[in-house]
Design a protein around this ligand. Sequence first.
Ligand SMILES: [Zn+2]
Ligand SMILES: [Zn+2]
Length: 157
Amino acid sequence: MDCPRCATTLEAKVANPQIELRVCPACTGTLVPQSRLVPLLEMIARPLAHVVDVDEPIEAIPDKGGHCLCPTCRQVMESFGYMGTRLVIADRCGPCAQIWTDPDELGTMALLYLRTHKRTNLRNQKTQQYGVELTERVNKLMRSRAKANFVARHLLS
Ligand SMILES: [Zn+2]
Ligand SMILES: [Zn+2]
């Protein structure tokens, strides 16, 4: 199965026992089963909840444009604005129930997820399972998006 953007062979990754992904080792694009998107974003958002300002404006990621072919069935995927925004335009294959996220999109989606759920108990959950070290490294980065992308890459590497 090849990356729809750069044709590199996708690598299987297991983010946790419930989240199986395929990640492009070249461009870091990620194929996510649709049913696993929210658990994945929650996993990325949880350690971010303590270190990003959810009210900081989120810049839109420029749409890559063009059609993205589903790595599984080779049909054109449908692009959609995540959470109804135009900040992140991801691609979805309905028949395969999969979502393709281009580089930086997962991190930004996690920020949007975090913003939407900021009144939930996400912020109150303990960060212990991710360790103090990751939180400290993230805290030294300047921008929320950089933080989000760092955590996304770290958890998927
Ligand atoms: Zn790629
Ligand atoms: Zn498909």
